[in-house]
Ligand binder design. Structure first.
Ligand SMILES: Cc1cc2nc3c(=O)[nH]c(=O)nc-3n(C[C@H](O)[C@H](O)[C@H](O)COP(=O)(O)OP(=O)(O)OC[C@H]3O[C@@H](n4cnc5c(N)ncnc54)[C@H](O)[C@@H]3O)c2cc1C
Length: 416
């Protein structure tokens, strides 16, 4: 039975960062990374570029074989973990192999959640999460003229932009009344919606797909207002769910994701979880949430890795903060923290000018969220102001007028 002191399941941002942290403290401990993906590690964020042809699939890898040899980590790809036995300290793989571990990291991320739309299971459709998905979409795009995208979140919009730029006629169906729901407020969304409409993308907002059916050529999606949207390529981008199925029966506590504490430890001894699969502390609410973004996956991976390697001086995770930067049809947008919040307990200051939109959300004299369209700002600085709960009382007007300049000054004082 193969064994490793450190067994990392998953090969994306969280697992790679954990590997790096472990090796800083323990250069020699035996280590293996097991992943169901057949490719070397890559970031899912590059997939729209693979779809469009801007990036070749073999040019997007984050680490090559030589890297794994250099750091002394066995890289086992193309085989999924299918079971975990915490008593025996072993992970079962799809090919029947059992790996024994000393310390285990669950970094299996998230996978597309497929909605129960009648008829969807009878037609061919695409999702976008893996390199194979992107390569498959690229091949299909070359044959299609009309695309239907279900969902106007980050993945749906990135894909819709790529499809439109490739010359397809694109329709996006979104059940909420705006694009990027949950990320930004309706006014910011309206600007992004205008960018899509300006490039010929049809947005059906506040509409639910109620049926999907195959046609002689392509598919037809019926919406709740009785409309029919036809296409010869269907992409389902209605959200993701943490990949926890292989943990069933293991005793590792799972709610929406794997429940973790401040050191990314799970309910089972010597088992950690990090990234999109983990349900850890959310900075704003103080509750445990799944936060599906790279900054969280990287930070959690680092903390988990150091803890796995026995770092006694480590500080616990302070909680995740949503940080997103986007660019759609050349229009930059940024959102940090509770950028869409409003109502009791919040002060919202908006600048809604023809050439830019900015929304700053304060709680008392502290920044809790900020978003903009066509007005890029330093998301890192704003994240630090929020995390450190920096008091803005003395500089509030100046900050509202120029958040980036004042934010940088305040943070340089903090860091001094
Ligand atoms: C198109 C797209 C655009 C995105 N854009 C952004 C962005 O702009 N900013 C941002 O912050 N985030 C973005 N994200 C989200 C971001 O990619 C994720 O937050 C991040 O990749 C999470 O990293 P992770 O390591 O937790 O897991 P994932 O990247 O989900 O990787 C999971 C890993 O686990 C492996 N795995 C899964 N199941 C098993 C199993 N049973 N056995 C073995 N291995 C398994 C997979 O092969 C993979 O290696 C985007 C995602 C997509 C798809």
């Amino acid at each position: 039975m193969p064994e490793a002191k450190y067994l990392l399941v998953g090969s994306s941002h969280a697992a790679l960062e954990a590997l790096r942290a472990i090796r800083r403290l323990d250069p020699d401990g035996s280590m293996a990374m097991v992943t169901r993906d057949g490719a070397l590690p890559y970031s899912p964020t590059v997939l729209p570029y693979v779809m469009s042809g801007r990036s070749r699939p073999d040019a997007v890898i984050l680490r090559d074989r030589a890297f794994f040899d250099e750091v002394g980590c066995r890289f086992v790809s193309g085989v999924a973990a299918t079971g975990l036995d915490t008593a025996a300290r072993s992970v079962r793989l799809a090919d029947g192999t059992q790996w024994r571990y000393g310390r285990l990291l669950v970094a299996t991320g998230a996978a597309p959640a497929i909605p129960p739309i009648p008829g969807l299971d009878t037609v061919a459709f695409h999702v976008l999460r893996t390199l194979d998905d992107a390569v498959g979409l690229r091949a299909r795009m070359g044959l299609a003229r009309r695309a239907v995208v279900l969902g106007a979140g980050l993945v749906g919009l990135h894909a819709a932009e790529t499809l439109a730029e490739a010359g397809l006629s694109v329709s996006v169906i979104e059940m909420r009344g705006q694009v990027l729901p949950g990320y930004i407020d309706a006014k910011a969304s309206a600007r992004i919606e205008a960018a899509f409409a300006g490039h010929g993308v049809k947005l059906l907002l506040g509409r639910t797909a109620t049926r999907v059916a195959a046609q002689d050529v392509g598919i037809a999606v019926t919406t709740d207002d009785g409309r029919t949207v036809e296409g010869d390529l269907l992409l389902v981008a209605t959200g993701v769910r943490p990949v926890t199925d292989w943990l069933a029966g293991s005793g590792v506590q799972v709610e929406r994701g794997v429940l973790v504490d401040g050191f990314l430890r799970t309910s089972a001894a010597d088992v950690w979880a990090a990234g999109d699969v983990a349900q850890g502390l959310d900075f704003a609410s103080g509750t445990r949430q799944v936060l599906g973004i790279i900054p969280t996956a990287v930070e959690q991976g680092r903390i988990a890795g150091f803890d796995m390697a026995g770092d006694a001086g480590q500080k616990p995770w302070v909680g995740g903060l949503p940080v997103n930067t986007y660019r759609f049809f050349g229009r930059p947008a940024v959102s940090v923290g509770q950028a869409a919040a409003g109502g009791d307990g919040f002060e919202v200051v908006e600048q809604d000018l023809p050439h830019l939109y900015r929304r700053i959300v304060l709680a008392g004299d502290r920044l809790v969220g900020i978003a903009s369209v066509d007005d890029p700002f330093d998301a890192g600085i704003m994240g630090e102001l929020i995390r450190r709960r920096v008091d803005l009382a003395a500089v509030k007007d100046a900050f509202l007028a120029d958040p980036t300049a004042i934010g940088r000054r305040l943070m340089s004082e903090q860091w001094r």
